[in-house]
Design a protein around this ligand. Structure first.
Ligand code: NDP
Ligand code: 2IT
Length: 451
């Protein structure tokens, strides 16, 4: 047997930090996974000798490119675009595109790394990738957004393909932007193919893709509560964000008998003690998505609510919490507050919304805590089903898709139990998700040899 010098967790992380200077989000995501994987690998010589984690934490490639576009006033604007293709051991690269001024190479590398494990957990054949730009869609006209999307795709098209890399939406990229990008892809390549997911229903999209991430996060929450003999009936929920994931998570909580107390955006959060019912959720969807408004205007429409400028909602006492806005929006102190206020379950709709301190706090308190790579996988899962429908050139029925989404979320929950059950009624979902996702990708990589 080959004798290998193993580095320990600290040594491994030192190397990751050295190789990725000024990339704190990427280092954070790797650390969260490595903490669990090092323990799991302890007696698995092959994973060590084949340097599997080191290889997964080095993207297959990072493509960076210039995106030029002309604004309505005739000014030439220059943005940076990226596609990070992290790992395609189990299927074509797959993952969303984010347009937000906070986008950096570090943010997209963390997202592509997380996506690799998440996609493996769905059980569908998808590798991990992510892309985006520091373009800020806020305050831009529809024609400016169209020109930007076209310019972005004019470079991206050469790196993607239905069997190569299949992007979708994320922050700042919804159905409209996917439409503009798909239109440009088709125009350049003359190829009508399932190269993007989240498409419109008339041109190859799948039913329930829009709702899938938020609904899936709530199905996962229900699965977790069921392990304690509980459900959402009568429970209070605190949700952050007011975009695609947040509004659909809120909708499913209301459908299952829960009461949603908060929503937020980058300006602050609104607290509605009467509960945010379906009518109010519809108002938020129209106001935020179609009119691109601010959440603070909610209190004008529903005067019993209050707006808290520049704050996150974690101080509002609740039974369950769903961070659905962005990374590092729930810090160690917030986690302590939630636990002290009696919060029993946290299901992440966003990617890495909880910082490492917060993760450690939830783990130490042994509450039901699902990391995004498990609980928000419903979106990419239905994207995978959209790819299957495109390959078949058919569209499946809504009931079939609803059932498949529920089954996939239960399957992920079972995988988390399999590798995360700590005994005494405590399931470490972070550990379970990390190990189950890692194992699938790692075993595929072993089969391929050193490539
Ligand atoms: P949207 O663009 O629809 O909504 C994003 C929401 O988050 C908005 O309310 C936005 O507020 C808020 N937000 C964004 N950035 C910040 C910030 N820096 N600080 C505070 N609030 C912020 O995006 P999605 O709902 O699609 O995505 C939300 C999260 O869910 C992301 O982490 C994404 O990666 C993750 N996710 C999305 C999936 C999908 O299918 N769409 C799938 C899985 C995960 P404002 O309007 O002020 O910008
Ligand atoms: O973070 C995510 O999983 C997404 N933004 C969805 C990715 C996808 O390909 O549907």
């Amino acid at each position: 047997m080959a004798v290998t010098d193993h580095v320990d967790l600290n040594g491994f992380m030192e190397g990751v930090k050295k190789r990725n200077p000024h990339q704190p989000e990427f280092v954070q995501a790797v650390q969260e996974v490595a903490e669990d994987i090092f323990e799991f690998m302890e007696d698995k010589e092959e994973y060590h000798s084949q340097q599997i984690l080191r290889r997964i934490a080095e993207p297959d490639r990072v493509v960076s490119f210039r995106v030029c576009w002309e604004d309505d006033a005739g000014n030439i604007r220059v943005q940076r675009g990226w596609r990070v293709q992290n790992n395609n051991a189990i299927g074509p690269y797959k993952g969303g595109i984010r347009f937000h001024p906070s986008v950096t190479e570090s943010v997209l590398k963390f997202l592509a790394f997380e996506q690799t494990f998440k996609n493996a957990l769905t059980g569908l054949p998808m590798g991990g990738g992510k892309g985006g730009s520091n373009f800020n869609p806020k305050g831009k006209s529809v024609r400016e957004i169209m020109r930007f999307c076209q310019s972005f795709m004019t470079e991206l098209y050469r790196h993607i393909g239905a069997d190569i890399d299949v992007p979708a939406g994320d922050i700042g990229v919804g159905g409209r932007e996917i439409g503009f990008m798909f239109g440009q892809y088709k125009r350049i390549t003359n190829n009508f193919t399932g190269v993007l997911t989240g498409k419109g229903l008339e041109w190859g999209g799948s039913l329930i893709r829009t709702e899938a991430t938020g609904y899936g996060a709530v199905y996962f929450l229900e699965n977790m509560l069921a392990t304690k003999g509980e459900n959402l009936e009568g429970k209070t929920a605190v949700i952050s964000g007011s975009g695609n994931v947040a509004t659909h998570a809120a909708e499913k909580i209301v459908q299952l008998g829960g009461k949603v107390l908060t929503l937020s955006d980058s300006g602050g959060f609104i607290h509605d003690p009467d509960g945010i019912d379906q009518e109010k959720i519809d108002w938020v969807k129209t106001h935020k998505t179609h009119r691109r408004g601010r959440i603070e205007e909610y209190v004008e429409a529903f005067p019993k609510a209050t707006f808290h400028a520049g704050k996150t909602p974690w101080g509002v006492p609740c039974d369950v919490a769903l961070p659905c806005a962005t990374q590092n929006e729930l810090l160690g102190e917030d986690a302590k507050t939630l636990v002290a206020n009696g919060c029993r379950a946290v299901s992440e709709g966003a990617n890495m919304p909880t910082d490492l301190d917060g993760v450690h706090t939830f783990k130490a308190a042994k509450i039901l805590y699902a990391p995004g790579k498990a609980s928000n996988a419903g979106g990419v899962a239905v994207s995978g089903l959209e790819m299957s429908q495109n390959s078949e050139r058919r569209s499946w029925k809504e009931e079939e898709l609803q059932q498949m989404l529920k089954d996939i979320m239960s399957g992920i929950h079972n995988s988390c139990i399999r590798y995360g059950d700590q005994g005494g009624g405590y399931i470490d979902y972070v550990k379970g998700a990390n190990i189950a996702g890692f194992k699938k990708v790692a075993d595929a990589m072993l089969a391929f040899g050193v490539v």
